[in-house]
Structures are given as structure tokens and as C-alpha cells.
Design a protein around this ligand. Structure first.
Ligand SMILES: Cc1ncc(COP(=O)(O)O)c(C=O)c1O
Length: 436
């Protein structure tokens, strides 16, 4: 029986096997067409402005099937604007899943609101619809949903709760490019979505993001918040009845209400136009490769990959940050930490979850953003919705039950995929060594 690398045996891979020359896992895919599009922006000295961005917004709106897309300098900025557009202000509350990246909800604090964190569903790892309704109070303005690691959240249940209580739904679609929920593109189901397009994301443009919405009013609010050169033009973007007839808002033309300059830079927009052309075909290849890989991984004891049921119309799109549920009870109690350490010693591209439960983070509990001598979460008359350790057990346990692994981009690399699975199997088969 082979000796595990963690115990002095030979590692199955070299660390350099996963660098940018490995086409099996290389993502994003950029070609000379992407390079030329960026160079053209540079040569034409068009880095600022929004002409190319407007073209990208139109193309992306068509791709996702939404009426409006607005480009942002980051996903963080897009989510901030989406919250403000939904009316989140001082003294309000939003509901968000505890296990996510901070940008899903941290802007609530800078708007003077509090975050009422909900637990996650143990299977989807997205906000648990059963943990939402009892959290809604008179000041709740929005439920923020993250399609975590590309697994769509249970939108039917969430939308039903939101509509019943007249609360807006903001999708954080930063992990869910190309992911479908029952056949509909994530990011187009709630009232508005914010989405990151930074380098690590499935649709990767550098530092960029978008809002997506079918609601003209929310779109225009986002423009007025941080897209100064587009604000206040009644016959252009602010064409809805209210904005045309509200002299106050036209009066604000040229100065963003949010005091922000949030637009996407045009290098990113030019890159986005090229990326979008090839995205659907690349996503289809990823889907085929990842379904095969997950089928093989699911044959191993203790592992159950994080993916929607096949044939449900719900998909993981471009498979951002693939994940696997880990059941130590099926592996003689081997802890996930030890299992990951042994896989990493073999130089497998795997790792622990990158996020931690936000309800325990001091920014959401103690930070005094407005220098008022009290935590912002309470400073504007909110109920105290802060929660301590033990309050959201599924989110708190996730790091000991789930690990992440690499995305393979095509079934062309089936041999590489088989070797990857065989190496995981080597660790599982030799777990006795790790338990000593
Ligand atoms: C779930 C989630 N929301 C929001 C963001 C913020 O996006 P950005 O980094 O583009 O600001 C990220 C990642 O960066 C994220 O993973």
C-alpha cells in the first residue's frame, strides 16, 4: 500500500502541476482577442467614460435575460448600490446568510443598518428559507440571497416569503455566473442582483461588477447613487414617470446622491464583450467535465459533491469554487482538517471553505462606523439582532463539513480528472495511517 505524502511518501503531484500551463484547470481562458480588445481601449485612450461599458451592459442583459444591467467598479459597489436602491437606510435591517463573503452585506453597516444573519441550509449551503420569516421585523428592507459557491438558493420559497411581507430580495450572484434556477438565470429572479466579476470569479474581468434588474425604478436609483454622468437626464436613463416629474431628482443631475463614482472601467467592459461571446460554450464544457468528476467523487465513501439534482433545470453554471460535503462518520471519524492536510501534501488543488460565519465578526456586532459611541448595529434605533456563538449551527459547522476542489474545464482532460479522483481515493484508502 502506498505511503501518504503527509507521512513521508512521494507526493502524487508537484505543486507546479497546477500552474497556468495546466490547461485542464486553467481559468479564465484569455486569447489574443481579449488582449487586443483591451489594447484597443488603451490605444484609443478610452479607459474612462462609459460608451464601451454601455455596449457591454446591453450584451450582458441579453445574455442573462434581464431588462437592465449597470456596470460597476466592483461587486462590492454593486451590492452597496442595490441595498440603497431597495431603501436600506439608517435604522433598517437586512437579512443575509451568515456564511458568505463580507461584501454580501457589509454595506448595510455603512448605510446605518443592521444585518440579521440567518443560518444556511446544510445541503445547498445557501440561506435556509426556514430561517428567514421569523426574522422579518417592521424595519426589514431586504433579504439578501447568495447562490453560494454556484449552488442556486431555493428562490421559490424565498420569493414567496418576501412577497408576503413586502420585502425586497437582493441576489448576490457573485458565485453564480451562468447558474440556472429551474431554468431561469440566477440574478434575474429577485428584485435586483449585485454580481462580482473580479479575477477569481467565473466571469472574470479584473475588478468589476454589475447590478441586474428588471425593475426600472431600482435601475435608475442605482444610476443616481453612483453613476454621476448618467444622472438626471430625463430623456435618457431617468425616464420613468417619477424621475421625470420629480424636480428634486432632476435637480440632482450631475452629482451622485451616494457621493460615489462606481462605474466600470472600460478595459473591463471591452474584455467582457469578448468573454461573453465564448462564455456559453465554455460553460457547457465545464458542466460536462464537472458532472463526470462529481459522479466519480460521489462513488468514494464520505464524499457527496455540492450540486443540484441532475435534470432539475437548476445548474451550477460555470462551477465557481466547486465544493464537496464531507462525512467523517463514514471515514472512521477522520477529521476534515486532517483529510485536507493529507490531500494538500499530495499537492492536490483542494482546500477548506474560504468564508467564515459573519454573525460572529466584530464589524457586524461592535463597529461604530458613525462615531456615536455605540455599535452601528444598534445606533439608529434598530432592534438588537446580534447573535453569538452557537446561534447559527449549520453556518458555524460548515468549515468542518465541506471542502473545496479545483474546477476542470473540459472532459477532454478525462485522464487528468481520473488521476485527481484516484489521488483522493489514495488518501481515503490510507486513512488508517492518518488515524494513528
Ligand atoms: C459572495 C460575494 N459577494 C460579493 C463579492 C464582492 O465582489 P468584489 O470582490 O468584486 O467587490 C464577492 C467576492 O469578491 C463574493 O464572493
Amino acid at each position: 500500500m502506498s505511503i501518504l505524502a503527509i507521512n513521508g511518501g512521494k507526493a502524487e503531484y508537484n505543486a507546479s502541476d497546477w500552474n497556468s500551463s495546466n490547461k485542464a484547470t486553467l481559468w479564465p481562458v484569455y486569447t489574443s482577442e481579449d488582449e487586443n480588445a483591451i489594447l484597443e481601449v488603451l490605444r484609443n485612450r478610452q479607459m474612462s467614460g462609459s460608451e464601451i461599458t454601455k455596449k457591454f451592459e446591453k450584451a450582458y442583459a441579453e445574455y442573462v435575460g434581464a431588462k437592465h444591467v449597470l456596470g460597476y467598479c466592483s461587486g462590492t459597489a454593486s451590492l452597496h448600490a442595490a441595498m440603497w436602491a431597495c431603501g436600506v437606510g439608517a435604522g433598517d435591517e437586512v437579512i443575509a446568510p451568515s456564511l458568505t463573503y463580507w461584501a454580501t452585506c457589509a454595506a448595510a453597516i455603512s448605510l446605518g443598518a443592521a444585518v440579521n444573519f440567518a443560518d444556511i441550509d446544510p445541503v445547498t449551503l445557501c440561506i435556509d428559507p426556514k430561517d428567514i420569516e421569523h426574522r422579518i421585523g417592521p424595519r426589514t428592507k431586504a433579504i439578501i440571497v447568495v447562490h453560494y459557491l454556484g449552488h442556486p438558493a431555493d428562490m421559490d420559497e424565498i420569493m414567496a416569503i418576501a412577497r408576503k411581507h413586502n420585502v425586497k430580495v437582493i441576489e448576490d450572484a457573485s458565485h453564480s455566473h451562468a447558474c440556472l434556477y429551474k431554468g431561469t438565470m440566477t440574478g434575474t429572479i429577485g428584485d435586483i442582483a449585485g454580481q462580482s466579476m473580479m479575477t477569481g470569479k467565473s466571469f472574470a474581468l479584473g475588478e468589476a461588477g454589475v447590478i441586474i434588474t428588471n425593475n426600472r425604478d431600482l435601475y435608475e436609483r442605482c444610476i443616481s447613487y453612483g453613476h454621476y454622468e448618467r444622472t438626471g437626464v430625463a430623456n435618457n436613463f431617468n425616464s420613468s414617470e417619477r424621475f421625470i416629474t420629480d424636480p428634486e431628482l432632476i435637480h440632482f443631475a450631475g452629482v451622485p446622491i451616494g457621493g460615489r463614482k462606481d462605474r466600470m472601467n472600460q478595459w473591463c467592459s471591452a474584455l467582457g464583450l469578448v468573454q461573453l461571446k465564448y462564455f456559453p460554450e465554455r460553460v457547457a464544457k465545464i458542466e460536462e467535465a464537472m458532472q463526470y468528476l462529481c459522479d466519480e467523487m460521489d462513488k468514494l465513501p464520505g464524499l457527496c459533491t455540492h450540486r443540484p439534482a441532475k435534470g432539475s433545470g437548476t445548474t451550477k453554471g460555470a462551477w465557481y469554487s466547486s465544493a464537496c460535503h464531507y462525512n467523517p462518520e463514514e471515514l472512521d471519524g477522520l477529521s476534515l482538517d486532517k483529510f485536507i492536510a493529507a490531500m494538500v501534501a499530495e499537492n492536490l488543488p483542494v482546500g477548506p471553505l474560504g468564508n467564515f460565519p459573519l454573525h460572529l465578526h466584530p464589524v457586524f456586532n461592535e463597529a461604530d462606523v458613525f462615531f456615536q459611541g455605540k455599535p452601528t448595529a444598534l445606533a439608529f434605533g434598530q432592534r438588537d439582532v446580534r447573535q453569538g456563538k452557537g446561534a447559527l449551527p449549520v453556518a458555524e459547522a460548515a468549515r468542518s463539513r465541506v471542502f473545496r476542489f479545483s474546477r476542470f474545464v473540459s472532459l477532454e482532460y478525462k485522464n487528468e480528472i481520473d488521476r485527481f479522483v484516484a489521488t483522493i481515493k489514495k488518501v481515503i484508502d490510507n486513512r488508517g495511517e492518518l488515524l494513528k
